[in-house]
Design a protein around this ligand. Structure first.
Ligand code: EPU
Length: 437
């Protein structure tokens, strides 16, 4: 039997927590360390499953990795990088293995990477990554369940992404830093976690220019050196706890919540009736005196409303007066988790039309990517199986709001991406018990 959480709900979350480094930055930065022989250090590293998976992935190609959990540091010695093949056992665990392509190609002239996994929230193809590598001069083949890359040396190119993909931008950026000549990645992603990756690469000696129009210009260099880098704080963790505080009509001080990276989220929170106070080291979020109101919003790439903020916002909107609409434009299949919320008493209906905003690339494709949420609805405890990471957190908040007991299974999803999540919820007064499997 796997681990479960048992939660006695009907409480307000009150207290203080500290957010740590972003999952979606640290895992990429661990891979970036492979680009330079020597020991790189990452600080502000969260205790999450994805760091451990990424550690095993980069160890599998010969790196020596040490994770000091108490200090929150990871050191990576890439001097001993031994071979170009990521073993098949790392297929399906997370999205990281494909990001090793550039570093392995530079060191060995070839790379073999098993098909990646990650949360089941859409088809999640890799065509932008693979086409980008071809533009950089690599030969790419898919056979025997793995991607095979080869190139004597990558050569800079002009690449225009069909959609500003986070993973493809990161992958091509890491490939371009050691390529011969200059690479332009147009229509690229510009999320803060990518800027943080660019900062690390710059500290390693890369030349990376961010232009104003979603374009990264990377002038290849012959070699990089190791670096010492503090990982940017996790804006998804911050927003998730912020929405929890407001939804439960509590008050939580989130140390390390960074206004710069929460600008869009704060506007939506305010429109929905949430309160906050920005302090020098964090932000206090409060729903104590809030009259929560319905909103109509759509997710988008940065600087829009993040797709990973959608789930905590939906939970909050189940407690708001009126009819809210959320149009998901980044992933075609990211509302499956609402079915369990409806079992708990929420009134959420899904539509395949583009509701409440512009038309997106999923129009006419039949995916249920718009949600209408009627509130406020009281919630009742239930037994729930978690389907993915962000859904998992929203069930924790639903459990805090619900009358009675909720049992969550599949908690490994939550623990893959949220630092010390049980400890943090306990610190906010949630009666949560871990049942070991
Ligand atoms: N896409 C393609 N082809 C590609 C790449 C992407 O069609 O080759 C599409 C995807 O199917 C999707 C859209 O482009 O519809 C955006 O995908 P993107 O590549 O930006 O996503 P990702 O890199 O796989 C990262 C995060 C996600 C986060 C998204 C968007 C990591 C490990 N994952 O995914 O985070 O939602 O960017 O910001 O960084 C999570 O943390 O729970 C999570 C899912």
């Amino acid at each position: 039997m796997a681990r479960k959480y048992s939660i006695e709900g009907g409480i307000r979350l009150e207290g203080e927590i500290t957010v740590r480094g972003a999952k979606n930055a640290v895992t990429k930065e661990m891979v970036a360390a492979l680009l330079a022989p020597g020991v790189s250090t990452l600080r502000n590293v969260p205790e999450i499953g994805d760091v451990e998976i990424t550690k095993r992935v980069i160890e599998s190609v010969g790196c020596v990795v040490k994770h000091d959990m108490a200090a929150g540091t990871v050191t990576i010695d890439a001097t001993t990088l031994a071979g170009p093949e990521v073993p098949e056992e790392y297929s399906g665990l997370n999205r990281i293995p494909i990001l090793l392509a550039g570093a392995l190609l530079h060191r060995f002239g070839r790379a073999v990477i098993p098909a990646p996994g990650g949360c089941d929230i859409g088809a999640r193809p890799l065509d932008f990554h693979l086409q980008g590598f071809e533009r950089l001069g690599a030969k790419v083949e898919h056979r025997d369940g793995a991607y095979h890359f080869s190139a004597e040396r990558l050569t800079g190119a002009r690449i225009t992404l069909p959609f500003p993909s986070v993973g493809a931008t990161e992958n091509l950026m890491m490939a371009a830093v050691l390529a011969r000549g200059t690479t332009e990645i147009r229509n690229a992603a510009v999320e803060p976690e990518i800027v943080d990756l660019a900062l690390l690469l710059q500290s390693m000696g890369a030349i990376i220019v961010q232009e104003t129009d979603r374009t990264w210009v990377i002038q290849g260099v012959d070699a990089l050196r190791p670096a010492d880098h503090r990982v940017v704080n996790d804006r998804i963790e911050a927003a998730s706890f912020a929405a929890s505080a407001v939804a439960t009509r509590g008050e939580v001080y989130i140390r390390g919540a960074d206004q710069l990276h929460l600008l869009t989220f704060l506007n939506w929170l305010r429109r929905a009736g949430g309160e906050y106070e920005v302090r020098p080291d964090g932000i206090v979020f409060s729903g104590r005196d809030s009259k929560l109101k319905a909103v109509a919003a759509e997710t988008a790439v940065h600087p829009g409303l993040m797709t990973d903020w959608q789930q905590p916002l939906v939970i909050l909107l189940t407690q708001a007066e009126g009819m809210s609409v959320i149009h998901e434009t980044v992933y075609e299949n990211r509302f499956g988790y609402t079915e369990a919320l409806n079992r708990m008493g929420a009134r959420i209906q899904l539509f395949s039309e583009c509701l409440g905003g512009s038309e997106c690339r999923f129009r006419h494709l039949g995916h249920k990517h718009s949600a209408v949420i009627l509130g406020p609805t009281p919630l009742q405890g239930a037994d729930i199986e978690i389907p993915d990471l962000r859904a998992g957190f929203s069930y924790l908040v639903a459990a805090a709001l619900a009358k009675g007991r909720t049992t969550l299974s599949g908690v490994r999803y939550i623990e893959r991406g949220y630092d010390r999540v049980v400890e943090k919820f306990k610190a906010l007064g949630l009666p949560i018990e871990v049942i070991e499997g």
